[in-house]
Design a protein around this ligand. Structure first.
Ligand code: SF4
Length: 402
């Protein structure tokens, strides 16, 4: 088996009561079955104390308002302070570490929803690197994954990382290239998925690989022209959506509305989004919005690597999921949309903060957004469904929103 992790992965240390946004608040923490059994077996006052704060029906810790019932007024966990960290459930023990299994490959990540992890991900001018460790063991879940498709997607993702780390071109040009690659390979992957295992022949994998190679070697302008023409044709065949679309401002406004429609994880979230909408879209002309956006991008020019890391974080976490459902372009779109929304949150903050925006601000935007999306399976699934099916998330529109 192979284990892959970002180069900073093992350096993570929780700062507990010093944390500016503890993970012990704002979401329902799910308790695994083994830990629940352990809590049930506890004797005496410790048992009563623990069980009194557990909702056994929902398999979550009870909450005081937004906070986990075990979070004390000093910002520490009473399960740990009274009984030691062996009492933690799997979610709390692992967070913000996150694991995805793809047969014989396990990928570990730190969730950008944790402020310390977000800093490690974002506040680093160097390019992303990953470590691989091999152990002589076969995963019991080896057969759940088509190794041929996994190898193909690993190749494609490597290319996407190469595009994202090409600092000779602007961050916007890199984002455009990535969505263009995703758009070009998706039909071949669907074709591949329809063939059935026996017929999964080299031809279709080669077709995917050829498309990626072509996207990475031919002139960017030509690629984008073709891409936009194809997407435009699709867009024009959907007149009922056309009216709602148009400029980047209108699209970003619609994307923010979509966020308001998802399950609310943090009670401050709707107010934050309404505030962004009022700063950027309400009573702000398209010209003024475009001028401010360009000014902000120029302001961030020397720190484009922050958005490079954010985009890579989402690609790393989600892209290989396509090995199970074949929706790789939805995962590319999710990565791009997330990066654009975090940047848009930054733009609004920069305007309201007298045109100042430090890396700590960008870290905050990232973990707030991530908590809203990634701390809810329902939100992740809803967004994936929208990205696959809703025309407002066409590649053409996403290109216009970059
Ligand atoms: S969010 Fe991260 S740093 Fe903060 S308490 Fe949780 S694990 Fe620790």
């Amino acid at each position: 088996m192979d284990y892959r992790m970002p180069s900073y992965y093992n350096e993570f240390k929780c700062i507990a009561d010093k944390c500016p946004a503890t993970c012990c608040a704002g979401w329902a923490i799910v308790i695994d079955d083994n830990t629940l059994k352990k809590y049930n077996a506890l004797q005496g006052s410790h048992g009563e104390f623990v069980r009194g704060n557990v909702d056994f029906k929902e398999q979550i810790f009870k909450r005081n308002g937004e906070d986990c019932a075990f979070l004390n007024k000093n910002g520490l966990c009473d399960l740990i302070t009274k009984m030691g960290d062996e009492m933690l459930c799997n979610t709390c023990r692992r967070y913000p570490r996150h694991f995805e299994e793809y047969g014989n490959l396990v990928e570990a990540a730190l969730s950008i929803s944790c402020p310390v992890a977000a800093k490690m991900i974002i506040d680093n001018p160097a390019k992303d690197k990953f470590l691989i460790r091999h152990i002589d063991k076969i995963s019991p879940r080896e057969k759940e994954v088509d190794p041929y498709l996994l190898e193909t997607l690993l190749f494609v993702r490597k290319k996407l990382f190469e595009i994202m780390s090409d600092r000779d071109i602007s961050i916007n040009a890199r984002l455009e290239k990535v969505i263009s690659v995703g758009e070009s390979i998706q039909p071949s992957i669907y074709k591949y998925s329809r063939l059935g295992l026996k017929a999964k022949i080299k031809k279709h994998r080669d077709e995917i690989l050829d498309k990626v190679k072509e996207k990475c070697t031919t002139s960017h302008n030509n690629k984008m022209r073709n891409m936009i023409a194809r997407a435009k044709a699709l867009h024009e065949s959907l007149p009922e959506v056309q009216e709602k679309q148009g400029d980047r401002q209108g699209l970003m406004n619609s994307f923010m509305d979509m966020l308001l429609g998802l399950e609310n994880i943090n009670s401050d979230w709707p107010e934050l989004i309404e505030d962004i909408k009022s700063t950027l879209y309400q009573n702000v002309t398209v010209e003024e919005y475009n001028r401010l956006s360009m000014e902000f991008e120029a302001y961030m020019k020397d720190r484009e690597y922050e958005y490079e890391h954010i985009m890579n974080y989402f690609l790393y976490t989600y892209f290989l999921g396509g090995v199970y459902d074949y929706n790789v372009q939805a995962m590319v779109k999710m990565s791009l949309l997330s990066t654009l929304i975090i940047r848009e949150m930054g733009l609004a903050h920069w305007i309201k903060n007298n045109k100042e925006f430090c890396v700590e601000d960008n870290i905050r935007m990232s973990y707030l957004y991530s908590r809203q999306l990634e701390h809810s399976d329902d939100n992740l699934m809803s967004l994936e469904g929208l990205l696959v099916a809703h025309p407002i998330f066409s590649a053409y529109n996403l290109l216009k929103a970059i």
